[in-house]
Design a protein around this ligand. Structure first.
Ligand code: F6P
Length: 414
């Protein structure tokens, strides 16, 4: 079968991770190798916003050594966006504009790297190109610390954030136990409506230096129940460490910060989370009276490349590389996903998942992985997560500090 000849574009979308650029490195190095099939390789500035504004970079002009450094450079090197494409039936303006840009630059390969919302965007673009009769192979590259993409065993970015969270929790555990006085520490972890990331604090407990209580969004959050849980541990230990997801909600559907005020909403209608640790810490201070600290891991957990999992870096690169290989082989309308063997040693195998299936479906921590009390996870989670955090990523160091990639970002012109 003859291959589709033309140019390729790659965009990053949604919240960044420690390893999203490793996927970019996978896409770019593989696409640049596909000479004779892929002629030019573009990187969109700020995801589809860059495509709509015709702002993209000619990746062929980058120094290969800097592209290599992308593997250990956190955050989204090309810039990201949270831009919601309207439904085609409601407004086709952006779709028509994209087609115009794709035609102008002869873009025949489109790779979009992101989480749930980004896969929804990728799916919409894929379907529109098909409907328009414009030949363009579209492949989604998964990414999200939230680990909530449907159909894949896990998502690039999750394991590195999990490794950071587990390590930091172990360190906090040691610090929070030095005094002979009572103390409660509340650690707030990202992950939106899925508890995967917060559950990773259990890896610290697995090593004997972890939280006493873990609250995930999969279980309705009850303030009185939490207070009773905390009092029980405090009475015994005089110290309590709580890991709580930013996304826990009361049974009435309220996030914790909403109990004390309004929260803002983004383009996708997601409430801006964060602040749960502070609210809970203030509450516990009032109720129990001892020293209480609220720690929000916030952005630190997303871009902690110094603690990235080597497994995650390698798999993220593989996801990008595979996306290009599949597209060049004629596949389209899929997201690259991972699966592991049912038994035996952990091994990451590739699978392709139809974009239709992925778009906007969230994958949650199975309820049977959560204890009956709804305040911890069991061995099933540990067995799932441990293989993913293995290996240390070696970041380049210059003057004692990380040497991150410096891209020239030469703008593409026509
Ligand atoms: O989706 C990834 C994520 O990091 C969530 O865990 C978090 O709630 C959200 O992004 C934060 O988004 P933003 O960077 O837009 O504030």
């Amino acid at each position: 079968m003859s291959k589709l000849i033309g140019n390729a574009i790659f965009g990053q979308s949604g919240g960044p991770t420690s390893v999203i650029n490793a996927s970019a490195a996978g896409v770019f190095t593989e696409a640049l190798r596909q000479t004779g099939v892929i002629e030019k390789v573009y990187g969109a500035a700020n995801g589809i916003v860059g495509i709509l504004n015709e702002k993209f970079y000619d990746m062929g002009q980058e120094d290969p050594a800097e592209l290599e450094l992308l593997k250990t450079t956190p955050s989204s090197a090309l810039g990201s966006c949270r831009y919601k494409l309207a439904d085609l039936k409601d407004d086709d303006t952006d779709y028509k504009r994209m087609l115009e840009v794709f035609k102008k630059y002869n873009i025949r390969y489109f790779f979009y790297n992101g989480g749930n919302d980004s896969m929804d965007t990728c799916n919409k673009i894929s379907k529109f190109m098909q409907q328009s009769g414009y030949e363009c192979n579209v492949i989604g590259v998964p990414k999200t610390i939230d680990n909530d993409l449907f159909g894949t065993d896990h998502c690039p970015g999750f394991a590195s954030a999990a490794k950071y969270i587990a390590t930091t929790t172990m360190e906090v555990y040691l610090d929070a136990r030095v005094y002979d006085t009572g103390m409660i520490t509340v650690i707030e972890i990202m992950g939106r409506h899925a508890g995967w990331l917060t559950a990773s604090a259990a890896l610290a407990a697995h090593k004997g230096h972890g939280p006493d209580l873990i609250y995930l969004p999969e279980v309705d959050f009850d303030l009185d129940k939490m207070l009773a849980d905390v009092k029980k541990v405090y009475a015994k230990e005089n110290k309590v460490i709580i890991a709580v997801s930013e996304g826990v909600q009361t049974k009435e559907g309220k996030f914790i910060p909403e109990l004390v005020g309004e929260v803002s909403v983004d383009a996708f209608g997601h409430k801006q989370l964060g602040g749960t640790a502070t609210v809970l810490a203030n509450y516990l201070k009032k109720e129990i009276g001892c020293k209480v600290r609220g720690i929000e891991l916030s952005l630190m957990q997303r871009c902690a490349a110094h603690l990235a999992s080597k497994t995650d870096v390698e798999e993220s690169f593989l996801a990008g590389q595979t996306a290009v290989r599949c597209a060049v082989d004629g596949m389209t309308d899929y997201m690259v996903g991972f699966q592991r063997p049912e038994s035996g040693e952990y091994k990451c195998e590739i699978k392709l998942i139809p974009l239709d299936d992925v778009a906007n479906t969230e994958s949650k921590v199975p309820l049977e992985w959560i204890n009956e009390e709804g305040n911890f996870v069991n061995e099933k989670f540990i067995n799932y997560a441990l293989p993913l955090i293995q290996g240390e990523s070696k970041i380049a160091i210059e003057d004692g500090l990380p040497r991150f990639a410096k891209l020239k970002k030469v703008l593409a012109t026509k």
